[in-house]
Design a protein around this ligand. Sequence first.
Ligand code: SF4
Length: 172
Amino acid sequence: MIKKHTPLRDVLKVANQRSHKGCRKCVQSCTLTSGIFLDDDLKRFAKEMGISKQEAKKRYMDRKELFNTKLHRAKQIKGKYPQGRCIFLKNNLCSIHKFKPVYCQVGTCEPEGEHTMTWYTLKFLVNPKDPESIRQWDSYLRFNSTIDGGELKNLIKDKKKLKRILNYEVLK
Ligand code: SF4
């Protein structure tokens, strides 16, 4: 069972445990959304492509914010797919598979996919030091479940402080 503090290598094992062919080749999510690139992903990507980080951002990325955390997301191409496919999806395969971002490495189908994505969100996007990030996580939890360790009371152990954050008495 994946928990907030499960190490990446164990999350990857879960994400890659499915062995049947159809699952391993599934790129369905790549037609609906695109990969999130954190700074390390971006550095690795730029190095593999033989371009600068700046060039990589300009050519392939959009700026995004999730849970008040700034990040880059691969551009999405409109056309056949109403929401836009990931720019790296070519001939129904990920063209950067060998150096795709951690976000895509931990992504898998249900039911494990929900847990691995929540793990990613908690590890890289939700920032317990940022009150706005915590408020957005609170809103998310009203309609979604979390993994062990991802509950608000575990992210902010001081109950009074958590209450003040949720009441917008702590802004920064
Ligand atoms: S980077 Fe590759 S795996 Fe990730 S969304 Fe794009 S095509 Fe899919």
